[in-house]
Write a protein that binds this ligand. Structure first.
Ligand code: HEC
Ligand code: HEC
Length: 222
């Protein structure tokens, strides 16, 4: 009886793995390629030359990878890695969901290092995932008011993003990288809001306003 149940369970597991379910192990494997630039945990690097890709909505990451693939979003360093032969759609789905599930804490829980059950190795692993955006210059209070009025409806409370609408997080992302994207929206290289492609919503703001918003976002994850 038990053997039969096990057998049935194996068949179900096999069938569901064939039915286009997301394969997180495959995602983890693909991430080894991405890690060369974006870091082992998708935390990005070189102060935003490589953006953070961990914890973004899966649908958002999926969309960006498709854009890199069809070249509607230019990205020279990544071109060979997103080639269709390298990365078919099912792989894009696996890596996007895998990355969306990575949580990068902004602070460590307090511990007593003298406690008998203190595990120094676990603590080291936790430290490696820690991600804190450096405080960016600007007026935090002004930025907070602007953010709430102008950005929050789409980018979510405190800049955490809106997964169901595929809107990316802004808090927890490198300020340098955010500026690069802003400049691309302003010069028309990229489209910010697909529903309103002809009116760039950031064009209404001075650079000082945006600087203040980024100052607020840089501390919003503290
Ligand atoms: C050779 C370095 C390199 C490798 C390898 C690489 N990337 Fe990138 N990636 C970049 C750079 C540089 C950017 C920033 C491009 C820009 O400024 O628009 C980027 C941007 C991105 C973005 C856009 C982030 C955002 O917020 O819009 C995503 C998503 C991404 N990479 C995912 C991946 C995945 C998944 C892999 C592995 C399959 C990968 N990258 C491999 C260099 C790399
Ligand atoms: C109407 C909805 C909407 C509003 C309002 C909005 N955004 Fe966005 N924003 C988006 C969407 C959607 C994206 C992702 C675009 C894409 O798919 O490439 C985005 C992307 C961005 C990015 C690039 C992030 C990345 O990881 O590449 C920045 C920076 C940004 N927004 C800043 C702002 C700021 C600052 C405000 C407020 C002044 C704002 N946005 C208001 C919808 C909005």
């Amino acid at each position: 009886m038990q053997v039969l149940t096990l057998f049935a369970a194996l068949i179900i597991a096999f069938l569901s793995s064939r039915a286009g379910a997301v394969d997180l192990e495959n995602g983890e494997e693909i991430n080894e390629v991405c890690a060369a630039c974006h870091g082992e945990y998708g935390q990005g690097g070189k102060n935003g030359e490589y953006p953070r890709i961990a914890g973004q909505p899966a649908g958002y990451t999926y969309k960006q990878l498709k854009r890199f693939q069809d070249r509607s979003r230019p990205n020279m360093p990544m071109v060979e890695h997103v080639d269709k032969r390298e990365l078919p759609d099912s792989d894009i789905e696996d890596i996007s969901v895998y990355l969306s599930k990575i949580v990068l804490p902004t602070k460590l829980p307090p511990v007593d290092e003298t406690a008998p059950d203190f595990d120094a190795y676990q603590r080291l692993l936790q430290t490696k995932r820690l991600m804190q955006i450096a405080r960016a210059e600007g007026d935090i209070e002004k930025g907070k008011v602007l953010y709430k009025k102008e950005c929050r409806s789409c980018h979510g409370k405190e800049g955490v993003g809106k997964p169901k609408d595929n809107v990316p997080m802004l808090a927890g992302q490198y300020t340098n990288y955010l500026w690069r994207q802003v400049d691309k929206y302003l010069d028309g290289t990229l489209i910010h809001d697909e529903d309103e492609p002809d009116s760039e919503l950031l064009a209404e703001f001075s650079r000082e306003d945006i600087r203040d918003i980024f100052a607020y976002l840089s501390i919003a994850d503290d």
